[in-house]
Design a protein around this ligand. Structure first.
Ligand SMILES: Cc1cc2nc3c(=O)[nH]c(=O)nc-3n(C[C@H](O)[C@H](O)[C@H](O)COP(=O)(O)OP(=O)(O)OC[C@H]3O[C@@H](n4cnc5c(N)ncnc54)[C@H](O)[C@@H]3O)c2cc1C
Length: 440
């Protein structure tokens, strides 16, 4: 018995043999749905192949999360480089890409980040059409709530920066925030009183698995080998240069090895013989049982760092800050979860009777200035896409695009010139802790 994915992302069990030829990136349509219904859904093609690894590639990308898959897609599409393998030790999107709270936005403070993240958001806006796969982008608005005079001052600075950088954003007074969030605790005794907010209307959420699957399918159709259940254990050297990887499926060689492994960047860097300015922490999230629509936007509290949205299924998707110590334990600890729940209930006491359905964590790679690293590594042959910390889902299309440019041309893309390792020597850090640190 096999599992077969349908375009609406549910699956059916079928006894039929799944076709294994290269998927030609079929177009999903009402007609295709009707045609396949007539044949009892037995003839949907695989979304991507399961190829046997070849011994040589032009580029090997380690990590089958959103960034690795998007990089493969743009390498093939924008640069005509399709002799590419994406090597994933588990299943596609099983890392942080499938564990995040799906918030997308581009309201960053400094010009480098604002321009980059806005480019990523613009790619998101056309992504379903580009990939022929519905990533369920919902631009329902992202509202950051201020609770004090100090917050209002910060929000005013922030909105000025957005406008200077050409990114949409508007200040809301307390009454306007109340209209967006009628269930927010509005009593005179509220611990975190409502003073105002910053709204980015183009912010919202997208379906995380679909982003990984859409890129995988489109990259596969362009000839990329997407290889799952294949862990990179070490590197093959030729003198000072890295020329390949040792994997659980044997040795694979390529002149360029791209690391897009998020929370495990330092682990692989250590195997290659260099260190990264990255610390890994667990970041948790949870969902409640589903309820009728109660929340129309993504909301984030500046006082508690708690943020939430409501999924299409009706669950409230809630997140907060990092666990407080470095760790690779992907469970997350209870005190952090309790802190996030306490913050949530200060803001929305009416949610106190909701039961939690699921809780999980992912290991994120945090850099001191909360800005990513997209650069060549200090060891020749290795290229880095890491340091996304708590906020790299929204960056996936942009991250893949600029990383593919670096791999193809050996020069940083204009939008990512500030994201190189040089900044740690020069001191030209882009400190986005306020925009990225906890508020994904
Ligand atoms: C709880 C949580 C909430 C978040 N919320 C948001 C949010 O709302 N918005 C936002 O923008 N960002 C958010 N993020 C951050 C975001 O999820 C990540 O920054 C982003 O997904 C990173 O994508 P990636 O492709 O780099 O990493 P991943 O998706 O983690 O992919 C890396 C892959 O590398 C693989 N790998 C690791 N080691 C090896 C190896 N040795 N060999 C082969 N494969 C290997 C892993 O299995 C993994 O699949 C959140 C993260 C978490 C954990």
């Amino acid at each position: 018995m096999r599992r077969l994915w349908l375009p609406n992302y549910t699956y059916v069990y079928t006894m039929t043999h799944i076709r294994t030829e290269q998927s030609a990136a079929m177009r999903f349509s009402a007609l295709a749905l009707a045609r396949n219904a007539a044949s009892f859904h037995e003839n949907w093609p695989q979304l991507w192949r399961s190829p046997t690894p070849q011994s040589r590639y032009d580029v090997i990308i380690v990590g089958g999360g959103g960034h690795g898959l998007a990089t493969a897609y743009y390498l093939a599409k924008e640069h005509g480089i399709s002799k590419v393998a994406v090597i994933e030790r588990g299943w596609l999107g099983g890392g942080n890409t499938g564990r995040n709270t799906t918030v997308v936005r581009s309201n960053y403070f400094y010009p480098e980040s604002a321009h980059f993240y806005d480019f990523a958001l613009r790619l998101y806006e056309g992504l379903s059409r580009e990939l022929g796969f519905n990533v369920m982008l919902s631009q329902r608005g992202m509202l950051t709530i201020g609770h004090s005079a100090h917050h209002l001052e910060l929000l005013a600075r922030w909105v000025n920066a957005l406008q200077l950088n050409g990114v949409d954003g508007e200040l809301l007074n307390a009454d306007q925030v109340r209209e967006w969030l009628p269930l927010l605790n509005n009593s005179a005794a509220a611990r975190y009183p409502l003073r105002g907010g910053l709204l980015q209307r183009r912010g919202g959420i997208a379906r995380h698995d679909a982003v990984a699957w859409g890129y995988a399918r489109a990259a596969d159709a362009l000839g990329v080998d997407v290889i799952q259940n294949c862990e990179v254990l070490g590197f093959i050297r030729d003198g000072e240069r890295i020329v390949g990887v040792e994997t659980t499926q044997g040795q694979l060689r390529a002149p360029k090895i791209a690391l897009a492994v998020a929370g495990h960047s330092s682990v692989l860097a250590a195997k290659a013989g260099f260190r990264l300015p990255v610390t890994s922490y667990a970041l948790q999230a949870f969902v409640t049982e589903p309820v009728k629509p109660v929340l129309s936007c993504v909301a984030l509290s500046m006082a508690t760092g708690v943020y939430l949205s409501q999924s299409d299924k009706g669950e409230l998707v809630v997140g907060g800050g990092l666990d407080l110590y470095p760790s690779y334990a992907q469970r997350g600890n209870l005190p952090t979860l309790q802190g996030v729940v306490a913050g949530l209930l200060e803001l929305f006491p009416c949610f106190s009777r909701l039961r939690l359905l699921r809780q999980w964590a992912g290991i994120v790679d945090v850099v001191h200035d909360s800005t990513p690293i997209i650069d060549k590594a200090p060891v020749s042959g290795i290229y880095l896409n890491c340091g996304w910390g708590t906020g790299g889902f929204k960056a996936i299309p942009g991250g893949g695009f600029v990383f593919a440019h670096l791999l193809a041309t050996d020069r940083p893309h204009k939008l990512a010139e500030g994201f190189t390792l040089k900044r740690f020597a020069s001191g030209a850090l882009i400190d986005e802790a306020a925009a990225a640190g906890i508020s994904h």
